[in-house]
Design a protein around this ligand. Structure first.
Ligand code: FMN
Length: 318
């Protein structure tokens, strides 16, 4: 199945099985419409003469990947889509040379997932009961995950439509983030940075990286698409920490725009669910490999030999 088929079939099956709620957006649904509009504002400057064939391989925080296209943090609703779904996703991502990122709840079988050999990161929410944060971190470290993520943007929980789907969270202070930093001996990534101010605080707290993200429209309504705030954020953190972006990225062309704005890695949320729902492990692999093949093809034709050599020069703003 090609990308279009995987997306269409996967989404249709999720909606039929009533798992579609998780694909929705907070309150008015503005973000999902707007994410696409922002990504569509840029076209490519073709520069095909003297260009070698591009490579999509990269090394980030000591981890080698065959693609900058990774899974964004998610646990639910993967086990509801497929029994052993998380393990199937892990194997698919390993075969695609990508990275897996789990979300809430921290999977009970995180160790088994890690033992597949997939490069693994895992998130924890800013639980009101702060002890639960540290217990979560311990569980993640015990499982052997390479990176720990903390959802700094989930201080008011998450919401789909009018329904709060994750409650019991509270915003973290700079002091608390430093305490968390001290408890994490592996790379620590702050998820949900959307301003230069939070980027500065992430740097000051000692984070190794940030995910520039509107949380796939599951936190606040009327948040910007990450591309709109990347320049202000990169002016603070460029060259100082790992920058990851997610939100609405669906094709190789979208991913290249994320890289052009300064991201090292681009995350996929819903596309992973579509791939799994459409065709299991092969479907997830098909999504990541399909997007990576598109990315490589476009990189070659816009004169970008490697993912760390992309700049905004390749883009023309509509
Ligand atoms: C069903 C679903 C569950 C999610 N669960 C989490 C989670 O537990 N933790 C988290 O940090 N982000 C979570 N996210 C947000 C994703 O990590 C990611 O930021 C977002 O989906 C990216 O946008 P995209 O779906 O348009 O690719 C979830 C997203 C979806 C669609």
């Amino acid at each position: 199945m090609d990308l279009t088929e995987l997306y269409e079939k996967g989404e249709e099956k999720l909606r039929q099985r009533d798992i579609g709620i998780t694909l929705g957006a907070v309150e008015t649904g503005f973000i999902l419409r707007h994410d696409r509009q922002v990504l569509d504002r840029y076209t490519f400057r073709q520069q095909c003469i003297d260009g070698p064939e591009a490579s999509t391989g990269c090394r980030v925080l000591g981890t080698d990947l065959e693609t900058p296209v990774i899974m964004s943090a998610m646990t639910m609703p993967i086990p509801a889509i497929m029994e052993n779904g998380l393990l199937e996703v892990a194997l698919a991502l390993k075969e695609a040379g990508s990275l897996m990122w789990t979300g809430t709840p921290i999977p009970k079988d995180l160790k088994e997932i890690s033992e597949t050999g997939v490069p693994l990161a895992a998130n924890v929410k800013p639980f009101e009961d702060r002890q639960k944060i540290f217990q979560g971190i311990e569980q993640i470290l015990d499982a052997g995950a390479r990176w720990v993520g903390i959802e700094i943007d989930a201080g008011q929980g998450t919401k789909v439509g009018d329904r709060i789907v994750a409650s019991g969270c509270a915003p973290l202070s700079s002091r608390e983030l430093k305490e968390i930093r001290n408890a994490v001996p592996v790379p620590l990534i702050f998820k949900g940075v959307l301003s230069a101010a939070d980027a500065r605080k992430s740097l000051d707290a000692g984070a190794d990286g940030i995910v520039i993200s509107n949380h796939g429209a599951h936190t606040l309504d009327y948040l910007p698409h990450p591309l709109q705030v990347m320049d202000e954020i990169l002016s603070v953190v460029k060259g100082k920490m790992l920058v990851i972006v997610d939100g609405g990225f669906r094709r190789g062309s979208d991913v290249l725009k994320g890289l052009a704005f300064g991201a090292c890695l681009v995350g996929l949320g819903r596309p992973i669910l579509y791939g799994l729902s459409a065709a299991g492990r092969e479907g997830v692999k098909g999504v990541v490999q399909g997007i990576t093949a598109e990315l490589k093809r476009i990189m070659t034709m816009v004169g970008v030999p490697g993912v760390d050599q992309v700049s905004q020069d390749i883009l023309i703003k509509e």
